[in-house]
Design a protein around this ligand. Structure first.
Ligand code: GDP
Length: 200
């Protein structure tokens, strides 16, 4: 079903996301974390989410429609050094508000490079989500960059660190390149969206 994703709208901010109904799941992460690649992998569409954007440019929230009731929300990447502090602050405030007030959001996927977890806004985002009783999937991206043993160690360390959030925070590894973790990601999204899993 994720291959049925279609671009719906680009919104300049969270107030332009459209009616607060149905189910939406948001994807967030530091710029270059591999968010676009992950969305393209998930939807089996190479060009759905735009990769390699120009740093520092104003970015839009992209909405992808899965069906009448379900949407994927691609939040702008954060962490660009060149973005003025006032803009960063404004964006953080609206992001916090979005996570707390939006009824239709049912889960947050936070993508972090497996080699550099918990940078910039990563922790704050997870805190806000937990405070809003929103389940979080922390996805450690580019998992193919580490050898299997290092990958397991890193996953264990991040899981350990994630316990501190005291909320519904799941940590998993992911690679758009190798497909590691795709099945787990789909299962998590299915449960949040209320899709029935087909028994294989
Ligand atoms: P975004 O800014 O978070 O949307 O990140 P992108 O998806 O544009 O990816 C940023 C860079 O990381 C690009 O050069 C991608 O080719 C690379 N990348 C993304 N996912 C993976 C992955 O799973 N493995 C590897 N090795 N590189 C990746």
């Amino acid at each position: 079903h994720y291959s049925q994703a279609k671009f719906s709208i680009s919104a300049p901010d969270i107030t332009h996301l459209g009616p607060d109904e149905g189910i939406e799941i948001a994807f967030a992460g530091r710029s270059n974390a591999g968010k676009s690649s992950a969305l393209n992998k998930l939807t089996r569409q190479k060009g759905l989410a735009r990769t390699s954007k120009t740093p520092g440019r104003t970015q839009l929230i992209n909405v992808f429609q899965l069906d009448e009731n379900r949407r994927l929300i691609d939040l702008p990447g954060y962490g660009y050094a060149k973005v003025p502090i006032a803009i960063k602050k404004k964006w953080q405030r609206s992001l916090g508000e979005y996570l707390q007030k939006r009824e239709s959001i049912k889960g947050l996927v936070v993508l972090m490079d497996i080699r550099h977890p918990f940078k910039d806004l990563d922790q704050e985002l997870i805190h806000w989500a937990v405070a809003a009783d929103l389940p979080v999937l922390a996805l450690l991206t580019k998992a193919d960059k580490l050898k299997s043993s290092n990958r397991k160690n890193q996953l264990m360390m991040v899981r350990e660190a994630a316990l501190a959030f005291c909320g519904d925070v799941t940590v998993d590894v992911f690679s758009s390149l190798s497909g590691i973790g795709l099945e787990n990601l789909e299962q998590k999204l299915d449960s949040w969206y209320g899709y029935e899993r087909k028994v294989k």
